[in-house]
Design a protein around this ligand. Structure first.
Ligand code: ATP
Length: 240
């Protein structure tokens, strides 16, 4: 419905066994926005992303996507609602070729525009086209990251969840990936929720951001506002 965020997370808690990882998290992502979540190692960023995708499940609180309560739905049903995820560690299919990985991405929602979208991915990431028959597991780290994002995009998601796309990548590759995200957002209105440790780049790219500390959201604001805050600079932009 109009006026409501595309994704809203309210009062969500999540546990690993008896250990609490999310302590009542509230975030919202509006249609057409790039929203980032930053925070230190172990803050709970990846856990939030995984909880949105259904595993671990939210124990308290509510997660609503496109007006529908998805709290507690199994992951495969959530994915079918057109949320696509590029998880931390990429998790591409190592024994499948680049082409087959992209086919798998499209299969989630039965994308009817496969050929067209494949060409778009290859325009955005020409390296993948050169390596179309290469097995995913033999790609470099940066190439795997590109493949992971392209695979997620092949489902034509309404919401793209990205977990640390910059992890372990050379600055030039990070720039290429962030430029691609920006272009998709500007030209197609793609909505993105981006978890990042690379706070500087993430806040530069995002319309809005949240800071997570120890399973709680402690600050929020526009990317520019957060970048300007001394406590953000001190904690997350040291040397950046
Ligand atoms: P990073 O930037 O290092 O990836 P993060 O903010 O994404 O960190 P999470 O991976 O969400 O943090 O971890 C949050 C907390 O939950 C950490 O203390 C972590 O050790 C714990 N945790 C994560 N996964 C598990 C698991 N499968 N079992 C038990 N504890 C876990």
């Amino acid at each position: 419905p109009k006026g409501q965020p595309l994704l809203s997370v309210s009062g969500v808690t999540a546990y690993y066994g008896k250990i609490i990882a999310l302590k009542g998290v509230d975030i919202a992502v509006n249609e057409g926005e790039i929203v980032t979540l930053i925070g230190a190692n172990g803050a709970g960023k990846s856990t939030l992303m995984m909880t949105i995708c259904g595993s671990p499940r939210a124990r308290d609180g509510r997660i609503v996507f496109a007006g529908r309560d998805i709290t507690g739905l199994p992951t495969h049903e959530i994915m079918r609602l057109n949320i696509a995820q590029s998880p931390e560690g990429r998790r591409i299919f190592p024994r499948m070729s680049v082409y087959e990985n992209l086919q798998m991405g499209a299969a989630v929602t039965g994308n009817a525009h496969f050929a067209e979208d494949l060409e778009r991915m290859f325009e955005m990431f020409p390296r993948l086209k050169e390596r179309i028959d290469q097995r995913g597991g033999t790609l470099s780290g940066g190439e795997q990251q590109m493949l992971s994002i392209a695979r997620a995009l092949m489902s034509r998601p309404r919401l793209l969840l990205l977990d640390e796309p910059s992890l372990g990548l050379a600055p030039l590759v990070v720039k290429q990936i962030f430029d691609a995200i920006k272009l998709l957002n500007e030209t197609e209105g793609l909505t993105v929720f981006l978890v990042e440790q690379n706070a500087y780049h993430a806040l530069k790219l995002a319309h809005r951001g949240y800071v997570m500390v120890n399973g709680r959201v402690t600050m929020s604001g526009t990317g520019a506002e957060l970048l300007a805050r001394p406590e953000v600079r001190a904690a997350y932009l040291e040397g950046g």
